[in-house]
Write a protein that binds this ligand. Structure first.
Ligand code: NAD
Length: 439
């Protein structure tokens, strides 16, 4: 049976969740603080770039199942289930900042007129479910339950992930509340794991920390490969063919970024530390990732020497392809490192330039990759957008002042690039041409 659902927050998680549940036949009200965002959403104009999302939003607005408001009382009027999907950014000490979660659940408690289930979809520290229950019970006598329902969607394919989750995790002290939430996921025919609040919260952090660990692991291998003359891309493929290992998250490159891994690994390390644990693996995973950003600088210095006044073209700014999200994008750190050396930076990204402008200064933003190449001493590929895989590399080279190509995601064939006259460096591709003696 369809449910009355309120979703708080209309970012990558909230809007996909709200639109997705509406598409499954539920009546959904999405609550947001910004009147402008709300007005735009009512017309089907979405505030983020997410393939396929606008169509679902428009379809469900037209069907009368998806609504937007800035008013808690209106959003909560008929709600049985309230999904909290607001941001939980990094606080001053590395902890997750729960200010938006607190504001949301206080807002809910203050207007509740009937029993509801409050569902934490935001990534929140272990123990937050209990904390939310305390906040709400101090402000209302009406019955409610708290369920943890961590989100695992990937930006860029979040619509697909909504309809095809590997699993849904639900944690609660109240089995009936967990079952009520499970009901809205049942049409998706996916495995549903029901557990206690803290275990559910921990599953999210452990999952992200593990994925980040895999990337840092292969990045550490890439440095060893480079020194010893092996190709990390083939090493990863050979490892991944082992079913116990698998192929995912074994791409060496300039490291992980984005709105989740950096803050979640940091928050888990923080939680572990303040509880007297010694999370040395998590610290190493973050250290390796930080070092990985410097690879670009070291490779450029090794080829070009002093970088002062050199012109470097950047391909790709978003933290990964198919998103406009610039949060903790490797491009930001790499561009800052280059600018400290006196480099003049030119850059292009298919969708993230507007967001990048707000975060980066003294960068010449270009309209396409060929413009980036004009007068450049080197090109650095940072984000592996598909459109960069099929570039006319002869045209790129002809526009450049020098022939240096740093492939920060290993998307090009080293031998082909060398044959075109590029001084090519990938990440961890010792045998195939990264090392100097292969020139
Ligand atoms: P986001 O920044 O894109 O969106 C957050 C939304 O919440 C914004 O629309 C913001 O305006 C709104 N908001 C903040 N405070 C509010 C309040 N008091 N009332 C109403 N609206 C409020 O964030 P996101 O990427 O969607 O992430 C949300 C949560 O989900 C985070 O905890 C994140 O770690 C987690 N998560 C994100 C992803 C992802 O890929 N982005 C994946 C899994 C989990």
């Amino acid at each position: 049976m369809s449910k009355e659902i309120c979703v708080i927050g209309v970012g990558y998680v909230g809007l996909v969740t709200g639109a997705g549940f509406a598409d499954l036949g539920n009546n959904v009200v999405c609550l947001n603080r910004s009147q402008l965002k709300c007005d735009n959403l009512k017309q089907g104009i979405i505030p983020i770039y997410e393939p396929g999302l606008e169509e679902i939003v428009r379809r469900n607005i037209d069907a009368g199942r998806l609504h937007f408001t800035t008013d808690y009382a209106e959003a909560m009027k008929d709600a049985d289930l309230v999904f909290v999907a607001v941001g939980t950014p990094t606080g001053t000490e590395g902890e997750a900042d729960l200010a938006y979660v607190q504001e949301s659940v206080e807002g809910v408690a203050d207007v509740m007129t009937r029993p509801v289930v409050i569902i934490n979809k935001s990534t929140v520290p272990i123990g937050t479910g209990d904390w939310v229950a305390k906040i709400v019970s101090r402000r209302t006598d009406i019955a409610f339950s708290v369920v943890s329902n961590p989100e695992f969607l990937r930006e860029g394919s979040s619509v697909y992930d909504f309809y095809n989750p590997d699993r849904v995790v639900l944690g609660s002290t109240n089995p009936e509340a967990a079952e009520a939430v499970a009901d809205v996921y049942r049409p998706l025919n996916c495995p549903i794991l029901i557990t206690d609040l803290r275990t559910a919260e921990m599953i999210k952090y452990a999952s992200n920390a593990f994925l980040a660990t895999r990337i840092s692991f292969i990045n550490e291998m890439s440095a060893i490969c480079e020194e010893l003359g092996a190709d990390v891309t083939v090493v990863a493929r050979g490892m991944g063919m082992d079913k116990r290992i698998g192929l995912h998250f074994l791409n060496a490159g300039v490291g992980w970024g984005g709105s989740c891994f950096p803050k979640d690994v940091k928050a888990l390390e923080y939680m572990a530390s303040v509880h007297g644990c010694h999370p040395q693996l998590l610290r190493a995973v973050m250290d390796i990732n930080r070092d990985q950003r410097r690879q670009v600088l070291l490779k450029l210095r090794a080829i070009l020497g002093d970088l002062d006044e050199k012109v470097i073209g950047i391909l790709g700014l978003s933290f990964k392809p198919n998103t406009d999200d610039m949060r903790d994008a490797p491009s930001i750190d790499i561009i800052h490192l280059l600018q400290l050396e006196g480099v003049e930076v030119r850059a292009y990204d298919p969708v993230a330039i507007d967001n990048a402008r707000r975060l980066l200064s003294n960068v010449t933003f270009c309209e396409n990759p060929y413009q980036v190449a004009e007068g450049a001493d080197a090109i650095v590929l940072i984000t592996e957008w598909n459109e960069f895989k099929q570039l006319d590399m002869d045209r790129i080279k002809a526009a450049m002042r020098g022939p240096v190509l740093i492939d920060g995601r290993n998307i090009y064939e080293p031998a082909q690039m060398r044959a075109k006259g590029f001084t090519y460096r990938g990440i961890g591709r010792g045998y195939n041409g990264s090392s100097n003696n292969q020139e």
